[in-house]
Every structure is written in structure tokens, then in C-alpha cells.
Design a protein around this ligand. Structure first.
Ligand SMILES: N[C@@H](CCC[C@H](N)C(=O)O)C(=O)O
Length: 288
């Protein structure tokens, strides 16, 4: 661990409005990186972002990525951040190859840089979903957690019933189908579900409405962040849950508040591929 940076160069990027402060060319994480993430992601007193992302050296892949949520917690995975740092690496560090490998806490991922600068898309193989209850993790000892009932609310207050399907894409997700996701009070029920004791490491909560067998709408309450405009792993989890519940095909377009992602759960190897935009916003210097 290195000492805290006084001045730190960063690049602001986003994947469909899921925004990150990307820090590259450091050799190691600074001390107290969680406190830094919490301060720097603050939208009033910091730069403002959903997460702080470090692009670091790796001896197993082209580079490694560590991400910290806005509350300072470190998730295992982040689909939109992987796509952002892959684009960063390709355009700012080495454009030698369009197929890259990225080491994350959830394993090594393969990423493809597709299209021209104007219309650049980034595809990532997010690996196979984890469906076993205890592995997601949930407190349910079952091979799959499909349409499992939970009640949320506090004693004396309004109680609400939900049916969720559990999926891990390296990080834990609970997917809930609702009638009209656009009108759904995500900020009311999201935090109660995120912190429900059925999820020992909390969970990201996706609320979805199915448009057709190949299109769905999704809003997300992210663990450690709150409602965000998009979530890559959440979109993958939503497709997996919808397919195993017989509600969609294996390939869908996911409409998020910040844009669209194409999610494809390949029959050949059981891996979930995600394709979408990753966008540069600006470069800056954090004065700590
Ligand atoms: N926005 C992300 C997921 C970020 C991590 C998440 N908040 C967690 O704690 O698991 C994505 O694009 O996947």
C-alpha cells in the first residue's frame, strides 16, 4: 500500500450513466482507499461518481481492476467499470490488440474493443452466473433461488411482499419483476431489500419489467451506492433470472435509465456476454 495521494490525476468515465473516477498508472492502491472513495465520489464535496476504479498492473492479465463503491465498500465485480477501464487501456495505454484480459476480484475476464472511436462498443465475457443459494450468497440452501418470497418493512410500518430470483455474477443480485418499473418506488424498497438478512453480504436489487422475449426494462438499487442509471452485472443477472423463469430468450436488449445493453447468455459455454458503450467525460486533478 502506498501513502495517500495529495494530487491525483483521474479520468471521469461512464457506462450508460453509471459513472466512475478512473485512476491509472499507479503501482498500488493508496492507504485508506475506502475513505478516499467515499470522499471523492461525494457529489457535493468531491468529484461525484458511483465508484472509484483503479487500473493496476497484473502478472496474470493485461491489467487488473479494483473498484470501490461510493460508500467505500469493495465489490467483487462491476460490469460497466470493466468496460470503461478496457476502453481507457486501449485508447490511453496500448492499442496493440482489441482483445484484452482484465484481472478482477471475481476472476480474469476477456474484453473486446469493437467499432471506431465515434461508435465504440465494448464487449465483455462476464463468465457463468452462479445460481446456488449459499454461493450467491443468500441464506437459502438450494440449487437455485427462483421466485423466493421475502417480506420487508419494519414493525408497525407498511410491510411489502416480494418474489426474488437470486443470481451472482461475481457479486450478489436479487431480481424482482414488477408491473411498471418506470413508476416503481425503487428508493423506498431498494435499501430495505439490499439490507435484508437473507443476503449475508447484502445484495444489488434489480426491478424489471419484461417488454417481450428479447427486451426488458430495468432499474437498479446498487449495494453501497443507491439507485444508479445502469448496472452491467445487474443487467446480466436480470437476463439470467428472466430466462430461468421462462420469461425471455437467452439474448435480450436491456433498457436502463442511462441507455441500453445487449446481454447474451451463450448456450455453448454458459458464459454471459455484455455489450455496450463506455464513454470518456473529462480528465482532471483531485487536490485531496
Ligand atoms: N455498477 C456495477 C456494479 C458495481 C458494484 C455493486 N454496487 C456491488 O456492490 O456489487 C456494474 O456495472 O456491474
Amino acid at each position: 500500500m502506498a501513502g495517500p495521494p495529495m494530487m491525483m490525476k483521474f479520468t471521469k468515465m461512464h457506462g450508460l450513466g453509471n459513472d466512475f473516477i478512473v485512476v491509472a498508472k499507479e503501482q498500488a492502491l493508496p492507504d485508506q482507499v475506502s475513505i478516499l472513495a467515499n470522499r471523492i465520489c461525494d457529489r457535493n464535496f468531491g468529484i461525484g461518481a458511483d465508484g472509484l476504479v483503479y487500473l493496476l498492473p497484473s502478472d496474470q492479465a493485461d491489467f487488473s481492476m479494483r473498484i470501490f463503491n461510493a460508500d467505500g465498500s469493495e465489490p467483487e465485480q462491476c460490469g460497466n467499470a470493466v468496460r470503461c477501464v478496457a476502453r481507457y487501456y486501449f485508447e490511453r495505454i496500448s492499442s496493440e490488440k482489441r482483445e484484452l484480459t482484465v484481472e478482477t476480484k471475481a476472476g480474469i475476464q476477456r474484453v473486446w474493443i469493437e467499432g471506431d472511436t465515434e461508435d465504440r462498443q465494448v464487449r465483455v465475457n462476464m463468465g457463468p452466473p452462479i445460481l446456488a443459494g449459499l454461493a450467491i450468497p443468500t441464506r437459502i440452501d438450494a440449487e437455485r433461488v427462483v421466485d423466493h418470497s421475502v417480506w420487508v418493512g419494519t414493525e408497525g410500518e407498511e410491510q411489502q411482499h416480494f418474489s426474488f430470483t437470486g443470481v451472482s455474477m461475481g457479486n450478489p443480485h436479487a431480481v424482482i419483476e414488477v408491473k411498471n418499473v418506470e413508476q416503481f418506488p425503487v428508493a423506498k424498497w431498494g435499501p430495505l431489500l439490499e439490507n435484508h438478512p437473507i443476503f449475508p453480504r447484502k445484495a444489488n436489487i434489480e426491478f424489471i419489467s419484461i417488454r417481450s422475449e428479447d427486451e426488458l426494462e430495468m432499474r437498479v438499487w446498487e449495494r453501497g451506492v443507491g439507485e444508479t442509471l445502469a448496472c452491467g452485472t445487474g443487467a446480466c443477472a436480470s437476463l439470467v433470472a428472466s430466462y430461468i423463469r421462462g420469461r425471455t430468450d437467452r439474448r435480450v436488449k436491456v433498457h436502463l435509465r442511462g441507455g441500453e445493453l445487449i446481454i447474451d447468455w451463450k448456450e455453448t459455454d454458459g458464459c454471459v456476454h455484455m455489450t455496450g458503450a463506455a464513454t470518456f467525460v473529462f480528465d482532471g486533478v483531485w487536490l485531496g
